[in-house]
Design a protein around this ligand. Structure first.
Ligand SMILES: [Zn+2]
Ligand SMILES: [Zn+2]
Length: 237
């Protein structure tokens, strides 16, 4: 359960998480300084060097195209975005999560053929108990309202907790997460998988594989932030 008292506290006294100016969870001045993923891989949104031409694919996507079709991740998972996500995720700072969802919403709005369903990456049962909420489901709920696209937290299921992915190389992350997801109920041809941060892409890849096995034709991944390759050992997904 979300701690109602910490929530009320924040409603009464909202301050910018970065400069402490009163009024907003992140003030407009700080919001525009957040590091942006300006040169993403055209498939997986991995941050590429600024010198890379647009529509470049990273080496991994060229060698092994992932199961998802496209990734949108507007921010870079580095200072101070990592701290903001941690406050949202571990301290349930929902105001902050809302601002991050809006940042993502602005990025994905206005697609010619938008997905018809938003599906959050599910948390395992133990993690859900420990944390009290699934941050990806919160993001999906807010995006759903902002974009007028339905969401469902019950179509993609994670039956058990996988070992923590933090610090593991990608091949091991892939092995850890293999078979973690299953699908229930009707699924549309085109949906977006929602997560807070995409690290190596192992989790999103495995979830997409399950969704495609269940008949989904196009899976987009929408994440608030993407982790640069030199920081993969610090992220969890
Ligand atoms: Zn500020
Ligand atoms: Zn890529």
């Amino acid at each position: 359960m979300v701690n109602i008292w910490s929530l009320i506290d924040r409603v009464i006294d909202t301050r910018c998480a970065l400069c402490h100016a009163p009024g907003h969870a992140i003030c407009a001045d700080c919001l525009i300084t957040l590091p942006r993923n300006t040169r993403p891989c055209a498939h997986c949104a991995l941050p590429l060097p600024e010198s890379a031409p647009t529509d470049t694919l990273c080496a991994d996507c060229q060698a092994h195209p992932p199961a998802f079709d496209h990734v949108m991740a507007p921010l870079l998972y580095e200072n101070p975005v990592d701290g903001l996500v941690a406050q949202f995720k571990y301290r349930q700072h929902l105001h902050l999560g809302r601002v991050l969802a809006d940042t993502l919403g602005t990025e994905v709005r206005g697609q010619r053929a938008p997905p018809v369903l938003l599906v959050p990456v599910p948390a395992g049962p133990r993690r859900l108990r420990e944390r009290g909420f699934n941050q990806a489901a919160e993001l999906a709920r807010w995006l759903s309202a902002a974009l007028d696209i339905p969401w469902s937290g019950s179509r993609l299921i994670r039956a058990s907790d996988t070992p923590t992915q933090r610090g593991l190389p990608r091949p091991q992350r892939r092995r850890n997460i293999r078979g973690a997801f299953s699908c229930t109920g009707p699924l549309p041809d085109h949906l977006a998988l929602i997560d807070d941060v995409m690290t190596t892409g192992a989790t999103a890849g495995e979830a997409s594989r399950a969704l495609k096995s269940a008949g989904v034709k196009r899976v987009e991944v929408w994440a608030v932030a993407r982790t640069p390759r030199d920081r993969w050992n610090r992220g969890s997904g």
